[in-house]
Design a protein around this ligand. Structure first.
Ligand SMILES: [Zn+2]
Length: 444
């Protein structure tokens, strides 16, 4: 038993040794195959490398496609009238543009140049860029980045996120009015000068007894005879007409983010077509020319590309907001819009001191001396005489019988009657040579 066992054991050891050698040989063969599989050109490591590269490329391609798609959507949705936003302001300067074009200055600010208009002066939009129409009238672009500083829905006046542009109707709508299936009537936001002008302070909401727009004056505008000097016909819908004109202006300012203001006080209104050129005597409320004449004739600078109008009060105030940081170099610590001394034609300044007090309502010689003479000290952001010289009638209404003049006149002082100032006059006044007007344009 014992021997047998021993023999058996020996036999077992021998078999194990052979098996070990065979196993090692087999392992070596397998290892060779495995190494080939892993490290050869078509091996696993290279396959993994290729897969990683392909994944990376595929992600990059996806990102690129997404970016292209986003750009296309942006062009379709937010591109405005013409989708080309790459035109540089400097590239169009001096030559009329062949189509209404958005241009960008070196700061990245943007403005629209109407077809056939020429950029003539200014390199930075925020400092005032001047354009000329085909007849040589001059205008300056006023940027309006936030429409809520300028207009509000009369029915939902406090909301600041309720206005949207209806592309199909080319109009603005209030989203609350839309829900209630009402037509939106917009109104102008008007800012007061209380000596401490603040951009956040809109002082007046829509009320027939206060400053507001758009609105008719029940003491005058209900009487068709007051329109006879400018137009035959029935003005019973004058309020609706003004509302329509206001809504169209607001929609354009929203869409194009700005509007144009005449660079000078307006001439030529007494006889028909406005003239907005240097060194012209401004039209005054004399010889039968009244607010109705100026309102009607201010429309005569329009074209297929732009609408012209007497300026609205809220447009004047947008100019004031734009200029609120401008300092008055002649009065330490003062700002131009609230103290315009030395920055306009005012009594007692720049040699304007020979005024016959009793005569200032009917044609004082002084006016003839200063009219149409523009000096650079009266120019702010490339716009002349917003302060001083003539009061400038606007479309803003006050109480039942007044239209609002802005900016002070040559018979005033610049500290009491600065650029932001308001004065109220009956629209039939036609014997007051301190009153002129200012036109504005908006892109259609
Ligand atoms: Zn509303």
């Amino acid at each position: 038993m014992f021997k047998g066992d021993k023999k058996q054991k020996k036999q077992t050891s021998g078999i194990t040794l052979v098996a070990l050698v065979v196993t090692i040989v087999v392992l070596l063969i397998l290892a060779g195959i495995t190494i080939t599989l892993i490290f050869s050109d078509s091996g696993i490591i290279n396959k993994v490398r290729e897969a990683a590269e392909k994944t990376k490329n595929s992600i990059a391609n996806d990102q690129s496609d997404m970016t292209n798609l986003a750009n296309q959507i942006e062009n379709l949705v937010g591109g405005g009238k013409k989708p080309d936003t790459s035109t540089k302001l400097a590239d169009v300067k001096g030559t009329p543009v062949t189509e209404t074009t958005e241009v960008t200055d070196d700061d990245g600010d943007k403005m629209w140049v109407p077809k056939d208009f020429t950029v003539t002066e200014g390199d930075k939009i925020d400092e005032g860029v001047v354009v000329k129409d085909p007849k040589g009238n001059e205008f300056v672009w006023v940027p309006v980045d936030n429409i809520y500083t300028m207009v509000y829905c009369q029915a939902h006046s406090t909301a600041t996120n309720n206005i949207e542009y209806d592309d199909a109707g080319k109009k603005l709508v209030c989203t609350s009015c839309k829900t209630e299936e009402k037509t939106t009537n917009f109104a102008g936001k008007l800012y007061e000068n209380s000596g401490t002008f603040s951009a956040s302070k809109e002082s007046w909401t829509f009320s027939s007894s206060g400053y507001r727009e758009p609105d008719k004056l029940s003491s005058y505008d209900d009487n068709d005879a007051n329109f006879n000097s400018v137009k035959d016909g029935n003005y019973e819908n004058f309020k609706a007409q003004l509302q329509d004109e206001f809504n169209k202006m607001a929609a354009s300012v929203w869409k194009y983010k700005g509007f144009y203001i005449g660079r000078y006080e307006t001439s030529g209104l007494e006889s028909g077509t406005p003239i907005v050129k240097p060194n012209q005597p401004p039209t005054t409320a004399t010889d039968g020319t009244n607010w109705y004449t100026m309102y009607t004739n201010s429309k005569n600078l329009g074209s297929s590309e732009v609408t012209s109008s007497m300026i609205w009060g809220c447009q004047w105030d947008q100019v004031m907001l734009w200029m609120q940081g401008v300092e008055n170099p002649t009065v330490p610590g003062a700002k131009y819009i609230t103290n315009s001394s030395g920055m306009g034609w005012y009594y007692g300044e720049k040699g304007i001191d020979d005024v016959d007090n009793s005569n200032n309502l009917t044609g004082v010689d002084l006016k003839k001396e200063i009219e149409g003479k523009q000096v650079v000290t009266n120019r702010v952001k490339n716009i002349y005489d917003l302060a001083g010289n003539m009061y400038e009638w606007t479309l803003e209404a006050y109480n039942t019988g007044f239209r609002v003049g802005r900016g002070g006149g040559y018979y005033d002082s610049g500290s009491d009657y600065p650029a932001i100032d308001r004065s109220n006059y009956g629209p039939d006044v036609s014997n007051y040579n301190l009153l002129s007007s200012r036109v504005a344009l908006y892109v259609k």
